[in-house]
Design a protein. Sequence first.
Lengths: 373, 325
Amino acid sequence: MLKLRKALYGFKQAPRAWNSKLDSELIALGFVRSKLDHAVYRRSSKHSFLLVGVYVDDLIISGPDVTDIKSFKSEMKKRFSMSDLGLLSYYLGIEVKQDDGGITLCQSSYAAKILEAAGMKNCNSCDIPMECRLKLCKLKDGEAIDPTGYRSIIGSLRYIVNTRPDLAYSVGVVSRHMDAPGRDHWTAVKHILRYLKGTMGYGCRYERGAELKPILIGYSDSDFAGDVDDRKSTSGVGYFLGSSLVTWASQKQRIVALSSCEAEYVAGAAAACQGIWLSRLIADMLGTKETKVKLYMDNMSAIALSRNPVHHDRSKHIDTKYHFLRECIEDGKEEVKHVGTGEQVADIFTKALGRVKFVEFRSALGVVCVHQV
Amino acid sequence: MTPYEAWYGKKPGVKHLRTFGCIAYAKKTGPGVNKLSDRAVPGVFFRYEPGTKGYRIYDPVRDKLMVTRDVVFDEQRAWNWEGNDLSKTKGGAVVDTYSVQWDDTIVNPTTAPEPDEDDSDTADGVEPGSPADSDSIPSPGTPSTIPGTPLIQWATPPTGRSMDSEGNPLRYRTVSDLLDSTEELQDFEYSGLCLVAAEEPGSVQEAMSEQCWRQAMQAEMQAIEANQTWEVSVLPPKHKAIGLKWVFKVKKDPEGKVIKYKARLVAKGYAQRYGVDFDEVFAPVARIETVRVLLALAAQGGWEVHHMDVKSAFFNGDLTETVYV
């Protein structure tokens, strides 16, 4: 019999054992674990700092000082048997390209894989992922289709949304029907796949700035009673770090909003939560103080509701938790500003737009063709 | 009268008694028995196993003893210890090959053709061992006297049992019959890839027979030893050891070319029990949003982003629980 000192592959606690080992080694090297994401470590030195992101056995290392990165690498090589993969180029299925102009992320080979799996390798492409103003409803008496195949394609599409915010809304809508997909839903999925076929090499582009100014700008928007079955609305939230879109969400709200103001207010509360986390995370990474988050909304009454603690017949039923945004503004963590519907880029996360508007907002999100297929 | 009979009032049962040293077929159980494999292993009846209702069977081929209740005995025959060749001791039917002229193209043996005048031809046309003289297929109903009728091989002689409900002979195809129609691979390089490289071995025995896998397993064992993963010890009473197995993987590049043969020794984690072999299992991983924030910061500041990978990372983790394998 063999008594184990170290973990083996296959053990239930093996990932945890490895993670705590790595954690203690990094802390011994002078790193501090971020409280906002336990897989991010930071080490500050006299003039500079080093950031390390951990994904099981993959480490991504970045920082202003290249010599710092090099010295960290050699320190790690002493402790573990490492393979140095140089500049980050491929991480969790995401193709990363680094050049003087900035960093691009795309998933073109993953997109090709999805199309291959769906049997749509040679389909014709189209301009938008979803027909303008399309409303999908629950399967009633129409023809049902095989749910397993539908779910597997949706699962793959959901992963590709990691670098494709332009697909967030359409993929979100089709995933609402995973329990009982019908012919119409499958048509909508094929529409997304045809759009994907035309935009395989698209992805996020993060521009290089003149200097590091970590300003967070958020956009929150909502449709009103967009779901034809239960009349719930969809929130859309997007956060930019400078000019780079870092997080986004397109989510059906949990409550039935009685007015468009209420729907926007609920979306704003969701945006406030995300914004606070992001601002703390960035402050933690850079070692600076939290900055005020700017949040742009396009509904004047929702903005008024968030700024002033008015009590009104139309808003008295709104649940306490949705007043989170109001509290953030009072504490000075967030700042709400108005933006016209024409510049409200979070619109793309709340409804199926027409081609002209879709393309305009897509480029505003920084989703561009980064890889010629 | 035996003491048993005096006590119980009846004679002891002797139904389970068998001839010592006779051939016994022990049923195969457990994994690795598939649809087409043999259901039993032949062995020699060795003795009765005290304490159980099983028999102890000795398998001279593998040199193994087994205890099992699922045995079929052939008490008329004994193991051939000289040649170890089972076919000599086996009586039974010798498989004869018959060829029958048949003029129907339906291959499914359960589908009987329309009974017509050809049936008599079929019965007449039984010629043991006659070779096929042509390969063209006539249309149904054509008399079989025409040259060019295909021959169907019979694995069993067409006796009374080989007739179906409508009186037509059942048809069979022999293995050689099937193999003749498959073509041998001509492209050597391609066939080599198919047979050696692209396949992952199903068992350790299979892997040991190939150089590439042996090297991969040695590399894995070296990694384990370099990390001082385990020490030899005695399993304390009431402790359960966790099983180990090898997992083999061929790593390929996008064009399908083999990059690496990878062998990994894994523990059968499913046998672990909560609170005994493991407690907490959660391990944090970076959120994809965090990764994007990090990359956006790096892009803005013009930083370089580097990537490193820990080889055999999990061998480094220290176990807090006491686990035996």
